[in-house]
Design a protein around this ligand. Structure first.
Ligand code: BEZ
Length: 243
């Protein structure tokens, strides 16, 4: 009987250690995967992600540290663009491994900064604290060659169906192009609405692409339809005019 205890107890202990390690595993979820869920007490109250944002697009940002220059400019610029994201039915969330009090103090300070003379901006989106790295690990935001305690600049665009549909990573030294993130969101929404693709350097108002015909014969059939909304540059390269 004693022998059984000697075998079982270390096994239980080992499985607990393995389980807790697996929970903390730092892994970037792939495109098309469900966005990992989490709960947190944020600067804008308690949130349950993604269930609090049913039917919305979500843009989840991570940044290395509060009270740092590049991060501060990003948050201020994001606050200036927050109404654009709202109009696109998208919720912004920003996470770092700082604590809630640090986030609250930083927001208070940022909201006092004048970008243009006499013009300050309120921050309407939640800053999520992640001191234990639990959420960052689920999203693979800790890139250990950069830091084992701080998140890189990550961006995850998440569909209303909670699928990860785009992601970006930048190092701490380089501020993100927030217009590019908004442009990508708009392009994703267009492709989600109907069967169109967006060419390189596409901007809203530019013509779209459509999926290539499967063969030259299919392309000839498409050409015979004389659809005034479509034009081609090669049998595999078809555009749809923007309205
Ligand atoms: C910044 O946001 O300025 C920053 C953050 C962490 C390391 C280096 C720069």
């Amino acid at each position: 009987m004693k022998n059984i205890y000697f075998t079982i107890i270390p096994l239980i202990f080992l499985s607990l250690v393995i389980t807790s390690h697996a929970q903390q595993e730092n892994r970037i979820p792939m495109l098309g995967e469900s966005a990992p869920s989490f709960s947190a007490k944020t600067t804008h109250g308690n949130i349950n992600f993604p269930s609090d944002y049913l039917g919305k697009w979500k843009v989840l940002f991570s940044h290395p540290a509060d009270f740092t220059p590049v991060c501060s400019t990003e948050i201020l610029d994001l606050a200036e663009m927050q109404d654009d994201f709202k109009k696109l039915n998208a919720q912004i969330l920003v996470l770092s491994t700082d604590g809630l009090n640090s986030h609250l103090e930083w927001i208070r300070s940022l909201e006092g900064i004048q970008k243009a003379e006499g013009k300050t901006v309120g921050i309407d989106f939640p800053l999520v604290p992640d001191v234990g790295l639990k959420i960052s690990s689920k999203y693979g935001m800790i890139h250990s060659n950069m830091s084992t305690t701080r998140t890189v600049r990550g961006v995850f665009i998440i569909s209303p169906e909670n699928q990860i549909v785009a992601m970006f990573f930048y190092p701490a030294t380089t501020g993100r192009n927030l217009e590019e993130i908004k442009r990508t969101l708009i392009a994703l929404q267009e492709s989600d609405r109907r069967d169109v693709l967006t060419p390189s350097n596409w901007h809203p108002g530019d013509d779209f692409l459509i999926p290539s015909p499967a063969s030259k014969e299919e392309a000839e059939k498409l050409a015979r339809r004389n659809n005034p909304e479509l034009y081609s540059k090669e049998w595999y390269l078809w555009y749809e005019k923007s309205k």
